[in-house]
Each structure stands twice: as C-alpha cells, then as structure tokens.
Write a protein that binds this ligand. Structure first.
Ligand SMILES: [Zn+2]
Length: 133
C-alpha cells in the first residue's frame, strides 16, 4: 500500500474506519441503532485483518474527556444565544440543556472514544497484512 493511497486520518476517524487500513468500518452496525449493540466491534477488519478486540478497549477515560468537552461546547453556543447569569435560572437551564445534549450524544461519544482508543493504540499500517502488501 503506497502512501498516496493512505486515506486521511480525521475523516477515517469520524466515519469509524479501521485504524490500520482506514477502509473498512470498525463497528458491526453502521448506525448506532440498536443501541444495545452500538458498541459492538468486529472481531477483525475485513480489509486488513487487524484485530479490533485484541486490546482491552476501554475508552472510558476518553469518553469522560469528550463529555466534558461537549459541556464546554454547549456553553459556547448557549451563552451568546440565551445568556448566562447567576441572577436567574439560566445556569440551571444551561446544565439541563447540556445534560440532555450529552445524553443524546452519548452513543456517538462512546463510539468516538473507542475509535480514539483504537487509533492511539493501533495506528495506520499496524496490521501485518498492510505491511506485507
Ligand atoms: Zn483494516
């Protein structure tokens, strides 16, 4: 596999592609539904054979960081639109709105956490099959 064919990292990461070849998807279901299986990983990549379950994939810490980041991002759009003040209940409304957004985004965040974890620990061309080509 030549470097010119190497797919870009960020689009591959956001579309949940294999960290090693960036061609095949990592998750069993493309959609996050059904939610119960939204984190189900393939045993190995169909394209390069990279094992997805070989690492003890625990994106928990990353997930926490992403959740905090989302709270902050919510602040960035909530503040200019609705305003934040301790004089009224706007802070509480912000917290409620943020919590709802975070909960709704949670399946995607958890997937992204796993993806980040895989990308950190596997990296492009990690699979033996990719290296041999
Ligand atoms: Zn692959």
């Amino acid at each position: 596999m030549s470097d010119s064919k190497k797919p870009a990292l960020l689009p591959a990461l956001l579309t949940m592609k294999c960290p090693s070849c960036r061609q095949s998807t990592v998750f069993v279901n493309k959609s996050i539904f059904p939610l119960g299986k939204c984190l189900a990983l393939k045993d190995e990549c169909e394209v390069c054979g990279e094992r997805m379950k070989s690492e003890s994939n625990n994106g928990g810490g990353i997930n926490y960081a992403l959740t905090m980041m989302l709270f902050f991002l919510n602040l960035l759009w909530y503040w200019p639109i609705f305003g934040l003040s301790y004089k009224d209940y706007s802070v509480f409304y912000y917290l409620i709105v943020s919590t709802v957004v975070v909960v709704l985004m949670q399946p995607y965040l958890m997937r992204l956490s796993r993806m980040l974890y895989l990308y950190i620990y596997i990296g492009f061309g990690h699979s033996r099959r990719v290296v041999q080509d």
